[in-house]
Design a protein around this ligand. Structure first.
Ligand code: C2E
Ligand code: CA
Ligand code: CA
Ligand code: CA
Length: 275
């Protein structure tokens, strides 16, 4: 162990170095991934319980690295955020998602995850504008998913931009609802089109009375505020019937379908499965 200037022994340095080297490698690989076309999108259906049909798909990023193999988003999104690479990656996702969605029927929306850093980047409105104009996708078929962490430093500029996007016809969903710190205050700041109820509540909704009560409260609150609700991570029939009973607008999860390749989307819409 080395001694630093304040007389504190730094036993952990070698381990930190290894972790830092690993992140650096991942960063370099991420930079190549954009150029090398290693990203693609998968799409997970969001089933509309009121209309009994698929209402849209969420675009989910997939990274197939030549030697690492499939790297899950949880392993690289945070590195992409720390290095700013998420802006270029997110731009690609937005373009690609809009491009693919134009082939789908008009009533089927595309939901795109937008990281706080990307949202706050000054070029973001233009990225959306370009993605829509290049693809020809109608703005009301695009839904962006943001988390409340987007509000963390300075609420007013974020709310102004949300209103601007809404004025273009774009829909705004609040993702991972219930996992943050002060969710309720954000519901007053902006009239979201949709609240996505985090899967940690949905998982337990059929067995755990407190989870069921929380989901019920979220659905009732959303309904009173004229917002739709999507329950995320629905994996079994008991959860589905509980959510349906509570008046949830739509469900997303392995019960209906895992995320699928883009080429399979139209066939899935066509087969018109019922939940
Ligand atoms: P998220 O936005 O909450 O997306 C939902 C995640 O839950 C996806 O994981 C999806 O595959 C997974 N999921 C769906 N149904 C079920 C289910 O029934 N059970 C379980 N256990 N999981 C289910 P995925 O694709 O690994 O993405 C993880 C996270 O990475 C996303 O969470 C999102 O925060 C981020 N992410 C993915 N794609 C993008 C992207 O294009 N841009 C940005 N900024 N973030 C992305
Ligand atoms: Ca999401
Ligand atoms: Ca989510
Ligand atoms: Ca999440």
């Amino acid at each position: 162990a080395k001694q630093d200037g304040r007389g504190v022994f730094r036993f952990f340095e070698p381990a930190l170095d290894a972790a830092a080297r690993k992140r650096r490698m991942l960063e370099l690989d991420l930079r190549e991934a954009i150029q090398g076309g290693q990203f693609r999108l998968n799409f997970q259906p969001i089933f509309d319980l009121k209309r009994d049909r698929i209402g849209g798909f969420e675009a989910l990023l997939r990274w197939e690295h030549p030697t690492r193999g499939n790297v899950p988003p949880i392993e690289f999104i945070s590195v992409a955020e720390e290095t700013g690479l998420i802006i270029a990656i997110g731009d690609w996702v937005m373009q690609e998602a809009c491009r693919q969605a134009t082939a789908w029927p008009d009533h089927v929306r595309i939901a795109v995850n937008v990281s706080p850093l990307q949202f706050r980047n000054s070029g973001f409105p233009n990225v959306i504008f370009q993605a829509l104009s290049h693809s020809g996708l109608a703005p009301n078929r695009l839904e962006i998913e943001i988390t409340e962490s987007v509000f963390l430093d300075g609420e007013t500029t974020v709310v102004t931009l949300l209103h601007k996007l809404r004025a273009m016809g774009i829909r705004i969903a609040l993702d991972d609802f219930g996992t943050g710190y002060s969710s309720l205050s954000y519901l007053r700041s902006f009239p979201f089109d949709k609240i996505k109820i985090d899967k940690s509540f949905v998982n337990a909704v059929a067995e755990d009375k407190s989870a069921a009560a929380i989901v019920r409260a979220i659905v009732d609150l959303a309904t009173a505020l004229h917002m739709e609700t999507t329950a995320e991570g629905v994996e079994d029939r008991d959860q589905l019937s509980e959510l349906r009973g509570q008046g949830c607008s739509s469900i997303q999860g392995y019960l209906f379908s895992r995320p699928i390749e883009g080429e399979l989307v139209e066939a899935m819409i066509g087969s018109a499965m019922s939940a």
